[in-house]
Design a protein around this ligand. Structure first.
Ligand SMILES: *[C@@H]1O[C@H](CO)[C@@H](O)[C@H](O)[C@H]1NC(C)=O
Ligand SMILES: *[C@@H]1O[C@H](CO)[C@@H](O)[C@H](O)[C@H]1NC(C)=O
Length: 363
């Protein structure tokens, strides 16, 4: 399912990040407007705004970050021509999840800042330099992704730019114990959440495809479309004639249509380890064995994260929380399954069978 060595993949994603930043940085996003409030200036505190332009800009229209980390969404404002005295402005950050309503994140007036709802206590403005209105978000959660708008308000006029926040991580296809094509959109979202992950976005699936993900079953994405990534064109997967790429079924009915899911795991926190046993554990014993060690049986997303971020490599199949049996390989070798790195699966065997187990601790 995966091509190339782990190190190459990581290097590649770093390179890709740089390229992404370079090409996104080229157009400076700004919108200008003209003040024309001749009547209000008094020559002391107020400024004659005739012909002065307010610019609001960002140098990155897309920011990639890791779950659990903190990140900065850049936003800058300036006047043209430059003003000699600072003006009292208001900064407002809002956020919009995929196709959702716009919600308030933070408003700031001078040194006073107020944050809202889930963002309370996790966000503040980074005012390192004059004209900076960048937003710092801490303890990033899977559901923080989306489009953020930085709005600078001076009197009656305002200007804004948007910055998209996406999480970096590993995308994995997910099928429940019932097998292929069992999940409607809502089930798919829940299935990912149960595996400590979230439905992937199209961009994330695209990056995973660039890194070699090839999967011939269609799965739901966060925007309600159904797609699948193919790196090697072949007959049952859209045909040989179609170039490799992401194949899309477009938007499907969220309740009636059933497919697999593409989940994104983005966590570097926590620790996944294999617990061997001389006789093996059945599934119930496996749950208990992890708990005895102060841990929990690992979820599929946690095993993928450990494989992807930490390079977990273990040639032993172990139970996971959903009842599946898997093992992570970063250095393929004889007698350890396929010749490509990946998290390999034996599906969902009978829970009486005896195997090792993968456990997870948050610390
Ligand atoms: C986002 O995820 C966090 C942690 O999982 C949860 O506490 C919060 O309620 C979620 N927010 C929304 C809007 O779903
Ligand atoms: C696992 O083994 C225990 C005995 O050690 C037994 O009580 C339990 O029912 C078994 N569970 C399964 C799913 O086979």
């Amino acid at each position: 399912m995966r091509v190339g060595s782990q190190r190459r993949l990581l290097l590649f994603s770093l390179l890709q990040l740089q390229l992404l930043c370079m090409c996104l940085a080229t157009p400076r996003y700004f919108n200008g407007f003209f003040y024309d409030d001749k009547g209000t200036g008094n020559g002391k505190k107020e400024i004659y705004f005739n012909g002065v332009r307010l610019h609001v800009e960002t140098e990155e229209s897309m920011v990639l970050a890791l779950r659990g980390s903190s990140t900065v969404l850049p936003c800058w404002y300036r006047y043209e021509p430059a003003l000699s005295a600072p003006r009292r402005i208001r900064v407002k950050w809002t956020w919009q999840a995929a196709n959702g309503p716009e919600k308030e994140v933070l408003v700031a007036l001078g040194s006073r800042q107020h944050s809202f709802a889930d963002f309370k206590g996790r966000v503040h403005l980074q005012g390192h330099a004059p004209g900076e209105a960048s937003l710092v978000i801490g303890e990033l959660q899977l559901n923080d992704t989306g489009r953020y708008r930085c709005e600078v308000i001076d009197g009656l006029e305002d200007q804004s730019v948007t910055v998209d926040l996406a999480l970096r991580g590993v995308v994995f296809p997910y099928q429940p114990p019932g097998g292929r094509y069992q999940l409607n959109f809502h089930d798919a979202r829940q299935a990912c959440e149960e595996q400590d992950s979230a439905l992937a976005t199209f961009e994330q699936l695209f990056w995973a495809w660039e890194e070699g993900l090839d999967w011939c079953n269609a799965g739901w994405l966060a925007d309600g479309t159904v797609q699948y990534p193919i790196t090697l064109s072949r007959e049952p997967c859209g045909g040989r004639r179609l170039a490799p790429g992401i194949r899309s079924y477009g938007l499907r009915h969220r309740r009636l249509h059933r497919y697999d899911a593409f989940c994104l795991s983005s966590s570097m926190t926590g620790h996944v380890y294999f617990l061997p046993s001389s006789h093996g554990f059945n599934f119930t014993e496996a749950l208990q064995a992890c708990e005895r060690g102060g841990a929990q049986i690992a979820k599929v997303g946690q095993l993928y994260a450990a494989w992807w971020f930490v390079g977990l490599d273990r040639c032993d199949a172990g139970w996971l929380a959903d009842g599946s049996l898997r093992y992570p390989i970063t250095r393929p070798r004889p007698n350890c399954g396929p010749s490509e790195p990946g998290v390999h699966s034996f599906g969902f065997p009978s829970q009486h069978e005896k195997h090792g187990v993968y456990c997870y601790t948050a610390h």
